[in-house]
Design a binder for this molecule. Structure first.
Ligand code: ZN
Length: 137
């Protein structure tokens, strides 16, 4: 099975980065087996990179979906491919640094991430999804 872990690529505080590593580790250890699960992500800095690093540390196979070009059209195509290819998707964000996330019916009080756009697409495709936001400290 393919599990997507995506989320914010904003510069994280040390606490946020530590929390995110712990969330990723807990999700992978409690819910999946490295025998039959590949962790997929978008290759951006922040959550995408942490997901791949933590997954590899736990012995999971990983696959990075790079956009062909650094333009929204190509990010969108890449994100759709992740939504299509995953069986389950976890999106991770942090409290607002710059912008509230507008990929929801009403803006939500976590940092904007295209991961939520991908989550919405995965949900439309009937995949299991969850959004995790680290706590304010
Ligand atoms: Zn969001």
């Amino acid at each position: 099975m393919n599990v997507a872990i995506v989320g914010t690529s904003i510069n994280l505080t040390e606490n946020e980065e530590r929390d995110i590593r712990q969330f990723i580790s807990l999700i992978l250890k409690s819910r999946y087996s490295s025998d039959d699960t590949t962790v997929i992500s978008g290759g951006a800095k922040g959550v995408d990179s942490l997901a791949i690093e933590v997954a590899q540390g736990l012995g999971f196979k990983t696959k990075i979906y790079h956009p062909k070009k650094q333009q929204w059209e190509y990010f969108k195509r890449r994100n759709l491919q992740i939504a299509n290819d995953c069986d389950e998707l976890h999106c991770i964000s942090v409290p607002v640094h710059n912008n509230e996330c507008y990929h929801h019916e009403e803006p939500e009080p976590h940092e904007k991430t295209a991961g939520c756009w991908t989550l919405n697409k995965a949900k439309e495709l009937d995949k299991s999804t969850q959004l995790i936001v680290t706590l304010e400290r």
